[in-house]
Ligand binder design. Sequence first.
Ligand SMILES: [Ca+2]
Ligand SMILES: [Ca+2]
Length: 91
Amino acid sequence: MNKDHSIKGALLASLLAAGAVAAQAPPEPPGAQTMPGEQVAPTFESVDVNQDSLISEQEATSAKAMTPEAFTATDANKDGYLSREEFDQGA
Ligand SMILES: [Ca+2]
Ligand SMILES: [Ca+2]
């Protein structure tokens, strides 16, 4: 009388066992790649110390953002200051 019930029970048990195995997450691959210390270019904000939206030659050279020669070359309109546009062009 109980034969049908016991077969279903065994089938259920094997399904649960298979499910338990399948539910185990695969192991993570070791050593996820991380970027080594990347060079960060100075931003306009970081160089514009007094935040007047213009970079003077002193600001540019003291921040080591560029050499005086590079500053002169980047100052397209030769007003002695780099606007954000000039800075972006030269960067
Ligand atoms: Ca400034
Ligand atoms: Ca300028």
